[in-house]
Design a protein. Sequence first.
Length: 132
Amino acid sequence: MKSEPDVWSIDQQKKAGVKGSAWDGVRNYQAAKNLRTMKKGDLCFFYHSNIGKEIVGVVEVIKEAYLDKTDKSGRFVAVTVKYLHKLKKPVNLDEIKKNKQLSHLALIKQSRLSVMPIDSKSWKILNKMGKT
């Protein structure tokens, strides 16, 4: 899940506490489809986009897809996520691009996509890179 840190950062997510916060405002149909497939308990990387361009932490889905209150058209959804932890070492985009085992990731192939799936092998690699 990608967010511009000057709009919504990992620190703001942490301050939201156990109630978490809505991940809303997604207006790309493919990203919205990815939100719809998320299940309660799913873990997600929190990626700072534009400023930093790095995975900085992990959040957990605590409420599955529901109508996004910020969407007047009624077509898009949101999920609620809560902060779990920061990575000990942020994993920047350049490091990710250099790892050939991660070359298939949507983060590289579809860089503008704000919500994207990740396979378990890549999840393990990225967690190891972030030393969690």
